[in-house]
Design a protein around this ligand. Structure first.
Ligand code: FAD
Length: 459
């Protein structure tokens, strides 16, 4: 029997940040992770996907060479070389994370954790006790009951990152960030892609106007995109998969060499034996937490993908810090998660980035707002660069002009959103935005134009 102040189950982004925060407060900390060590973001999530997207983005630019007065080049992709580059880069990130986890300030158990009671954990041959537990076990690719899909065989985002040869054609099921980024990756390296989505538009959790700009670009690049569909079934015919679905009240079929199932993930609570810990999960299997990241058991916290609040790395890290602070400082005021500055980025081209409230959220929650947009095809620097897809949209309070949401679909959206996050962090207004100097000609200047429109509306 070994006692700790905090035991953290899972050493990914959420778990590692919790461990570091608890250790900085001089707590006795153990991390349990059955491996492979590194976490989703480094091994199979953010970093490998953004690495391979760089290759497909360059290839898309190569195809446009004549538009920029350059002699045409024969743009061709080699998926094994793309994945080899990715493996080299990810190998470095992984080695660094493992070194961090093996820091002598923590005790690392490389084994599976399972609760014996609310205060005891079985880890291999050990029984560990702790004053607090932080569950950070992440998520897993979910299976969906699409008739015939399992029998026909399909790829997942994990498989894509190991592929050596690209298929001739691919059906992508789903249109969340992972699905859309990978669909564009394959389309840009020369695969014939058909994307099938149940909702009325892709990236359905965000505003429609942002999604439509991406849809237009994907279609322009040659992708077949069907939204508002109902899947009937999948059958394997020879080497092909044939998907039957209903679209605009008609039954249609698409045929491709393979299918990428990118419909979503589920919380990973397998084998944790949460019943023994008396920790509650909801109907989706996510662990229910309050804003202090506490479960129904006040000494057991859950952070990152496993609580299903917002499956994004920087939020997993913040949740880890909050849980660890609340666990090791019972004498201090508790820290709480605040989603006022909730940010997300989709690394398509055009990219989609947003902070704060969407129009959809304002409308469903009856939050009053004013909105104004400005298109990249009317902005000097983007015209010079030949990157004219998309627009910037700003939402402000209808009386004070405080910015309550900002959204960009366009070139470098993931970078351009950051000055707007900073502005919102300081509760800045549209009046502040137009006063802040912006160098000319830059992409960033564009964020001041909708602010000027909003000032007129506020007058
Ligand atoms: C393809 C893809 C692309 C993505 N791109 C982005 C992006 O660009 N930006 C972004 O912000 N987010 C992105 N995400 C999401 C992001 O990767 C996750 O939100 C984040 O990595 C989750 O971190 P975590 O700490 O909750 O879980 P993980 O990093 O998955 O950590 C969980 C750890 O728990 C361990 N574990 C699990 N069960 C047990 C057990 N019973 N006992 C012991 N150990 C256990 C595992 O080995 C693992 O190391 C992407 C995700 C995917 C799939």
């Amino acid at each position: 029997m070994t006692d700790y102040d905090v035991i953290i189950i899972g050493g990914g982004s959420a778990g590692y940040s919790a461990a570091r925060t608890a250790q900085e407060a001089k707590a006795r900390v153990a991390i349990v992770d059955h491996g492979p060590l590194g976490g989703l973001c480094i091994l199979k999530g953010c970093m490998p996907t953004k690495t391979i997207l760089r290759s497909s983005d360059l290839m898309a630019l190569q195809r446009r060479s004549q538009e920029f007065g350059l002699l045409p080049v024969q743009a061709r992709a080699d998926l094994s070389a793309i994945n080899d580059r990715k493996n080299r880069i990810i190998g470095e990130f992984t080695r660094y994370r493992i070194e961090q986890l093996q820091d002598p300030d923590f005790i690392l158990y490389e084994d599976t954790a399972s609760f014996l009671s609310p205060h005891e954990l079985r880890v291999g041959a050990h029984t560990l006790r702790a004053k607090n537990f932080i569950i950070a076990t992440g998520s897993k690719i979910a299976e969906f009951p699409v008739p015939g899909l399992k029998e026909s065989g399909y790829l997942t985002s994990d498989d894509v990152l190991k592929m050596r040869t690209a298929p001739e054609s691919l059906i992508v099921l789903g249109a969340g960030p992972v699905a859309v980024e990978l669909a564009q990756f394959f389309s840009r390296i020369g695969v014939k892609v058909s994307l099938i989505q149940r909702s009325h538009h892709i990236l359905s959790s965000g505003d429609e106007d942002l999604a439509r700009a991406v849809e237009a670009r994907l279609r322009e690049e040659g992708m077949d995109l069907y939204t508002g569909t109902r899947i009937v079934n999948v059958v394997k015919e020879g080497n092909d998969r044939v998907l039957r679905f209903v679209h605009e009240d008609r039954e249609k079929t698409v045929r491709a060499e393979n299918i990428l199932q990118a419909l979503g993930r589920r919380p990973n609570t397998d084998g944790l034996n949460l019943e023994s810990a008396e920790v509650e999960t909801n109907h989706k299997g996510t662990i229910v937490v309050d804003s202090e990241m506490r479960t129904r058991q006040p000494h057991i916290f859950a952070v990152g993908d496993v609580n299903g609040l917002h499956e994004i790395v920087h939020i997993a890290i913040e949740q880890g810090e909050i849980a660890a602070h609340n666990a090791v400082h019972p004498d201090k005021p508790p820290r709480q998660m605040d989603d006022r500055l909730k940010t997300s980025v989709v690394f398509t081209d055009p990219a989609v980035a947003g902070v704060g409230l969407t129009e959809k959220e304002c409308q469903t929650r009856d939050i009053p707002y004013l909105a104004a947009s400005y298109p990249f095809n009317d902005h000097g620097k983007s015209i010079c660069m030949g990157e004219t897809h998309g627009h910037v949209k700003i939402l402000c309070h209808p009386k004070t002009g405080e910015v309550i949401g900002a959204h960009i679909v366009g070139p470098e959206a993931g970078e351009l959103i950051h000055p707007l996050i900073t502005l919102m962090y300081f509760h800045g207004t549209v009046f502040d935005l137009v006063k802040i100097p912006h160098y000319h000609p830059t992409l960033s200047e564009i964020i001041t134009y909708p602010a000027e429109d909003l000032i007129e509306k506020l007058a």
